[in-house]
Design a protein around this ligand. Sequence first.
Ligand code: 5GP
Ligand code: ZN
Length: 111
Amino acid sequence: MSCIFCKIAAGEIPSQKVYEDEAVYAFRDINPVAPVHILIVPKTHIPSVGAINSENSSIVARIFEVIPKIAEAEGLSRGYRVVSNAGEDAGQTVMHLHFHIIGGRKLTIMA
Ligand code: 5GP
Ligand code: ZN
């Protein structure tokens, strides 16, 4: 498997780990856009939001159970943004489903 986020989630490529369980891995973005910029991914390979379906959506629910725990641990009580870029027009650069957790400052409007 040549997918960089599969390798990061498997511990084969180093990352600054924030959270891990049997199904989910979260780590700090290498190029943060805010004081807190974390990526949370499923350990299984799903290419993007566009590939979520009834067979694999339980991992998405799991990810969204973990996000508030990470936000609390990171001190994001004033708020944060969860973003997933899906496909070319959105600027997705890594084709492994990931949600950005961005916060730690007042965020500007999107798009
Ligand atoms: P996308 O543009 O696909 O929504 O987001 C991909 C994100 O992955 C970018 O914010 C980029 O900085 C981050 N990223 C790409 N390669 C690596 C890497 O090897 N390690 C880490 N920690 N982040 C990465
Ligand atoms: Zn992958």
